[in-house]
Design a protein around this ligand. Structure first.
Ligand SMILES: *Cc1c(COP(=O)(O)O)cnc(C)c1O
Length: 396
């Protein structure tokens, strides 16, 4: 089967041709000044994407998960309390990592489809007068459920409680997809990876540390070696890494940040919103609903779509792959078998999105679901036609 179809998993994303070429590089001497000409613009570009003037950016050969580990091991000690919500598979996995590192995780469980309960956070933080909680962990975009949480509201909760805890944000599937303001929201550590909003192959953990997070590094007791940002900072100062850098991916990151900044971050966000809205119109036309409980929680990077009770949603994903060679995302954890996911992040166009919706319709009709062929596509077409020309750019 041809593998030319776009993919609709919520990361890794479709890779623009320009970035595939940027990543495919001959070997250079990574100890030569040539490497610094790739590294430093890539770090500067990330900083702009994070909307930060103060952050120190570190990039590791790893993935988003390594970014979580970088955040906690560089700033915390065993026994430290952290506050987190579990509302999907990714927030769950970050909590699990913290527990395995001996942190005392205060978990606020939410039903999957809900966001971070900022009022509850404010109560907990206000009650913590001894300031035992050292960090608040927030998953900006819960990729398992297609739920966006309000990071600015968490910052307000911390401020109203007068609590000094650091704010760590998993922005793996939001950064470079929709609005993210590291400095304005007082985010102390922002975590992402190369294969979502940055449109690259997997292989990089990308983190930004605020001055406050940097100040916590020396006192942190958790062991770290590979992810020690002090070694990394010394490497950068000498135009290098503490070990062999993934040069091609870093060159890709440099070009990806150029692409995003050339398009304009607000245009990138508007494009994601517009594509996502077309997908949501299609879901409504199918008579189906999203896992996200309310429109305020709808994610512009992924939609998790509930299937009728008693129907195994994974059948949609396997049938789409086996019959039409198109990949959608399965449900994870609590929502396994109950939802399928359409990823709409990265360099997607209207035309690509429409092909995914058309495929999903064929699959659902094949499997006997009460969906009319063309209904969702027509709804998305109407939305794309009416909003055409606004921040629409062709895939490079
Ligand atoms: C993809 C993702 C991760 C995990 O990233 P890996 O690169 O697979 O380690 C973490 N958090 C969120 C929200 C994600 O979407």
């Amino acid at each position: 089967m041809s593998t030319q179809n776009p993919i609709f998993i919520p990361g890794p994303t479709n890779i623009p041709e320009v970035l595939r070429k940027a990543v495919d590089m001959p070997t250079i001497d990574h100890r030569s000044p040539m490497f610094g000409k790739i590294l430093h613009p890539a770090l500067e570009g990330v900083k702009k994407v994070l909307k930060s003037t103060q952050a120190q950016v570190f990039v590791f050969p790893s993935t988003g998960t390594g970014g979580w580990e970088t955040a906690i091991t560089n700033t915390l000690s065993a026994g430290d309390a952290v506050l987190a919500t579990r509302n999907g598979m990714f927030s769950h996995r970050w909590i699990d990592m913290c527990q395995r590192h001996g942190l005392d995780v205060q978990i606020v469980d939410q039903s999957w489809g809900e966001g971070i309960p900022t009022e509850r956070f404010e109560e907990i933080l206000t009650a913590d007068t001894a300031h035992r909680i050292k960090a608040v962990l927030a998953t900006h975009n819960e990729t398992a459920t297609g739920v966006r949480s309000d990071i600015a509201a968490i910052r307000r909760a911390l401020d109203r409680a007068g609590h000094p805890a650091m704010l760590f944000v998993d922005g793996v599937s939001s950064i470079a997809c929709y609005d993210f303001r590291m400095d304005e929201w007082g985010v102390d550590i922002a975590v992402t990876g190369s294969q979502k909003g940055f449109m690259l192959p997997p292989g990089l953990a990308i983190v930004g540390f605020s001055p406050k997070a940097m100040a916590a590094v020396e006192g942190a007791g958790l062991p770290r070696t590979f992810f020690d940002i002090r070694d990394m900072a010394r490497g950068y100062a000498a135009n290098g890494f503490p070990y062999t850098p993934p040069v091609g991916l870093l060159n890709g990151l440099k070009v990806a940040t150029d692409m995003l900044l050339d398009e304009g971050l607000e245009n990138v966000f508007a494009r994601h919103h517009r594509i996502a809205e077309g997908v949501r119109q299609a879901v409504t036309a199918w008579g189906m609903t999203l896992c996200a409980a309310r429109p305020a929680l709808y994610s512009d990077s992924v939609s998790a779509i509930r299937t009728p009770d008693g129907f195994d949603a994974n059948r949609i994903v396997s049938h789409a792959l086996n019959t039409y060679g198109v990949a959608f995302g399965t449900g994870l954890g609590d929502v396994a078998g109950k939802v399928f996911r359409i990823g709409h992040l990265g360099m997607l166009t209207d035309v690509m999105a429409l092909s995914g919706l058309a495929t999903a319709e064929m699959v659902m009709v094949d499997l006997g679901l009460p969906v009319t062929l063309g209904s969702g596509v027509a709804a998305a077409q109407a939305h794309y036609r009416h909003s055409a020309g606004k921040a629409c750019r062709q895939a490079a």
